[in-house]
Design a protein around this ligand. Structure first.
Ligand code: PXL
Length: 282
């Protein structure tokens, strides 16, 4: 007797021993949504819930080999890329995913940890823009990442909109990122001011949707990974990008609302909140 295989999602991610972010966040999120996660390790980090102390990038060939083995064996419904670790790894991953142009690709452009420890340098960021953005279905930067990515290729003639309010500025970033080749950009607004967190999905025609969320009080480790993995999961479950992005935000907000604080640093989103019951205690 065989049961039906759940939709399969391939993730490229760094491991996080705290279970808060990275590969562990992706696996928990995808399992929670009823998907089967395939996991390709791109780096090993040393960290606790306070911050990242160090990381060891995986050799690029090893990343490509891990991915090719499973891609040749199983039908993958969506791919998610998180922390990449090295420029060589960007090139290796870009080459692998270019053989699967029909699989939706979610790219979470991880530049720093939640605390701000660097997880990517300028060179890696450029490689990500050049090699991965044109293959990306949905890019999921927070507002800080969106500005850094958009500004990194700002050319001198393009000096418009240096003034203007925050919303205009982020929409300019979104347009630039879309001009670089990704289909959609979901910019999250937790780092912006305001009682609400405003997340906006853009495509070539402009704003697809804008969603406001009650700002929760904690500082969270792995919220971006959770959102991007959930988005990949909902795409794998057959939703279109607009719907998948809405559902991923709603799911992530619930995981943050039910977050717990197991250590001395940030809160960890509860990807399994629905298993743990509806107790509202922090
Ligand atoms: O949240 C971004 C992130 C992604 N991947 C790994 C991380 C972090 C943040 O700490 O450790 C492995």
């Amino acid at each position: 007797m065989t049961t039906t295989t759940p939709p399969i999602v391939l993730v490229f991610a760094g491991t996080d021993p705290t279970g808060g972010a990275g590969l562990q966040a992706d696996v928990l999120t995808l399992a929670s949504l009823g998907c089967h996660p395939l996991s390709v390790v791109t780096a090993v980090t040393v960290q606790d819930t306070v911050g990242v102390d160090d990381f060891l990038p995986m050799e690029a060939d090893w990343i490509a080999d891990q991915a090719r083995s499973v891609l040749e064996d199983m039908p993958v419904a969506a791919i998610k890329i998180g922390m990449i670790g090295s420029v060589e790894a960007v090139a290796a991953i870009a080459e692998v995913v270019s053989d699967y142009p029909d699989i939706p690709l979610v790219l979470d452009p991880v530049l720093t940890s939640g605390r701000g420890d660097p997880l990517a340098n300028e060179e890696l960021m450029r490689a990500m823009i050049d090699l991965l953005l044109p293959q990306t279905t949905v890019l999921t930067p927070n507002s800080l990442e969106a500005r850094r990515l958009a500004e990194s290729f700002e050319d001198d003639e393009d000096d418009e909109s240096e003034t203007g309010d925050e919303a205009t500025e982020l929409s300019t970033c979104a347009r630039r990122l879309i001009d670089l080749g990704c289909e959609y950009v979901l910019i999250t607004g937790a780092h912006e001011q305001g009682t609400q967190v405003v997340n906006t999905l853009y495509n070539t025609r402009g704003v697809v949707h804008r969603q406001n969320w009650e700002r929760l009080p904690g500082s969270y480790h792995g919220s971006g990974c959770t959102l991007a993995a959930a988005l990949a999961g909902f795409l794998a479950l057959g939703q279109d990008v607009d719907e998948a992005a809405r559902e991923a935000q709603a799911y992530t907000w619930q995981t943050l609302k039910h977050a717990y604080r197991p250590g001395m640093g940030q809160h960890i989103p509860d990807r399994m909140y629905w298993v743990h019951g509806d107790d509202d205690e922090e």
